[in-house]
Structure formats: structure tokens, C-alpha cells
Design a protein around this ligand. Structure first.
Ligand code: PHE
Length: 349
């Protein structure tokens, strides 16, 4: 085995003839001599095991050799510049003042935005928010709401039944009116609440219909609540949502759970009543159903209909959103196409 001194002499000879022509050769030199498993480190490791006498003589030689290696490297490095790899590394961090790459943030779904807006308006009028199950029994979705068994009114809503059950089938709720029943059953009047949520109807999916959609229903029950309260509440709601000056009109209608019942139209938000595609030229668009809660419904839920009266209303959030953003195809709401969703990026409130 060659002694340390022999090796130093041999490397010193090599060093004399070392004349690198480019930066890559300088880098090769560094990798041979200066890295943690390189020549210098190995020599110093070997040096540890020599006798202390030898150490005295050899220490100086070794240190001088080390300085020569480092000096040679530094000189050539300076003269020949940096390697391609170095250039790549430095170009990456060239300008530390550049802004960082942005972090993408999501946006609220248009239906969530509009639901939130609706909820805020009613909250200011003292309405609380109530929720209930999407899988409902016949009693809460139909019977308690005055849809008698076998009554044709049940066909008004095509229902997804889940399970046949003697006298009380299980289904996906077709409206959030079921939450009104649950609320009345479990508490005492007065009630003033809105019920947002997803509902299901067995309809073929198209631009104008879907097998699920979203509703906000409302219920107000107390002593002496009248149709005038209903009208004023909904009138206020429309002014807040679509702006001052939006007109409303009520048309007589039929729902099993309200008497009298009405549908409410507003002046078309797109053409302001002049007539357009959205309102089919009429200047009016329907936005909700409403009415005075039928005394049968109150009694079914254990509320004294002689003492209390109330009103209820229900609207589809998709419909309200269409009239705000002119979204013509219902399917867009559930396809989760980011090109659609990104358009609501600015509306993060
Ligand atoms: N539940 C009705 C529907 O889904 C809407 C409605 C609610 C109508 C309350 C009147 C009163 O169509």
C-alpha cells in the first residue's frame, strides 16, 4: 500500500500538469479532490492512523498539499466560470424579488351564492334557518301536508320512492315543506323560519328540468298572521334580491297545504318587463308558490288552528339564480365544469 507521502507526491505531480480547458473539467477536479469522499478527505482519514512521530512530519506536507489543491481549484474556477449546471441553478434564483406563483383559490357555487343571499334577506326579518332529512317518510312529505292517500295532488310531484312501507312509504323528499312539518311537530308557535335544501323529483334531465334541484321554503306562524303579511314579506324580499322597483303580482293557484294559494310573478329581471325570451314576451316571470297554511296542516302537526294562522312559501334556487345570471341550461349547475364555475370567481362573499 502506497504511503500517504507517495500519494501526495503522485497527486502533486498530477496537479502540476493539470490544465483544464473548460468549466466541466474544473467540476471533475472538484468531484475528485474536494467532496466528502474525495482524495483530500481520504488522505486526512489515513493520516489519523499514522504514528504521532510521522504525524509531525506529515501534517505539514498534507496541509500544504491541501492548500495547493484548493488554490488550484479556486483559480481555475474563477478563470473558467461556471458549468452549464451552475448556470441552470443560478438562473432559477436569479431574481429573488419576483412575486411567487399564485395559489389557485376556488369559488362559491352560484347556487350557494344565491342561497346565501336569500338566507341573509330573511334573517334580517327575524327568520331562522331550519334543515331536515333528504330521505323522508310519506307522512312528512305528503300526508301531514294535506295530500290525502290516493289523492291526485300527489302526482303534482313525481316521486322517487325508496321503500314501500305499510301506510308510510320512504321516499326522497320532493320539497322542503317536509321540514315545516317537522318543525311544527317538535316545537311551539310562533315559528318564523326558512328551510333551504336539496329536493328530488323523478323527471327526465334536460335544459329545463332535473331530477334534483334546490329550494328555500319559508314558514311564519303566529296569532293573527294574515295574507297581507305574506304579501309584504315577499314584496320586501323581491326588492332586496332584484332591486327597488321590481314589480310583483300574485295569481291564484292550488297547493294542498295552503288555502288560499298563490303563485307570485315578478317583472322580468332581464328585459324589465318589455318582453324577452326569458319571460316569453309577457314581461313577467314566476318565482314562487305561497299561501296561508291550511288549518288541516296545522292540526296535523298539533297546532291549534283556531288560535294560530300562518303563511308559507317555496321557491327554487335554480330559478332565482337563472333570473340573476341568465343561466339557460339547468344542467350546468351540476356538471361542475370549471369554465362555468370560474365565472363566479369574483363573487367570493
Ligand atoms: N312546496 C311547494 C313546491 O315544492 C312550494 C310551496 C311551498 C307552495 C309553500 C306554497 C307554500 O312546489
Amino acid at each position: 500500500m502506497a504511503s500517504i507521502l507517495d500519494k501526495i507526491n503522485q497527486y502533486t505531480e498530477e496537479l502540476k500538469h493539470w490544465n483544464p480547458e473548460n468549466a466541466e473539467k474544473v467540476e471533475e477536479f472538484r468531484l475528485k479532490f474536494l467532496v466528502s469522499k474525495g482524495v483530500l478527505k481520504n488522505l486526512f482519514d489515513e493520516f489519523k492512523s499514522v504514528s504521532s512521530e510521522e504525524k509531525r512530519a506529515l501534517g505539514k506536507v498534507l496541509n500544504e498539499f491541501k492548500q495547493r489543491v484548493e488554490q488550484a481549484y479556486n483559480e481555475k474556477k474563477e478563470a473558467l466560470g461556471t458549468t452549464d449546471q451552475d448556470k441552470k441553478n443560478t438562473s432559477k434564483i436569479q431574481d429573488l424579488s419576483l412575486p411567487g406563483s399564485g395559489v389557485e383559490i376556488g369559488s362559491r357555487h352560484p347556487l350557494s351564492l344565491v342561497r346565501k343571499e336569500i338566507v341573509e334577506i330573511f334573517k334580517k326579518l327575524g327568520f331562522t334557518v331550519a334543515e331536515g332529512p333528504e330521505i323522508e317518510d310519506d307522512w312528512h312529505n305528503f300526508t301531514a301536508l294535506n295530500f290525502p292517500a290516493e289523492h291526485p295532488a300527489r302526482d303534482m310531484q313525481d316521486t322517487f320512492f325508496i321503500k314501500k312501507q305499510e301506510g308510510n312509504d320512504i321516499a326522497l323528499r320532493t320539497h322542503t315543506s317536509s321540514v315545516q312539518v317537522r318543525m311544527m311537530e317538535s316545537g311551539k308557535p310562533p315559528f318564523r323560519a326558512i328551510m333551504p335544501g336539496r329536493v328530488y323529483r323523478n323527471e327526465a334531465i334536460s335544459a329545463r328540468a332535473h331530477c334534483f334541484f334546490h329550494q328555500v321554503e319559508g314558514l311564519y306562524i303566529d296569532e293573527g298572521v294574515s295574507f297581507a303579511d305574506l304579501k309584504q314579506t315577499l314584496y320586501h324580499f323581491v326588492q332586496e334580491l332584484y332591486g327597488e322597483g321590481t314589480k310583483v303580482r300574485f295569481r291564484p293557484s292550488y297547493f294542498p297545504f295552503t288555502e288560499p294559494s298563490a303563485e307570485m310573478d315578478i317583472s322580468c329581471t332581464i328585459c324589465k318587463g318589455a318582453g324577452c325570451n326569458m319571460c316569453k314576451g309577457s314581461g313577467w316571470v314566476e318565482i314562487l308558490g305561497c299561501g296561508m297554511v291550511d288549518p288541516n296542516v296545522l292540526e296535523n302537526s298539533g297546532i291549534d288552528s283556531k288560535k294560530y294562522t300562518g303563511f308559507a312559501f317555496g321557491m327554487g334556487i335554480e330559478r332565482i339564480t337563472n333570473l340573476k345570471y341568465e343561466i339557460k341550461d339547468l344542467r350546468l349547475f351540476s356538471e361542475n365544469d370549471v369554465r362555468f364555475l370560474n365565472q363566479f370567481h369574483t363573487e367570493l362573499l
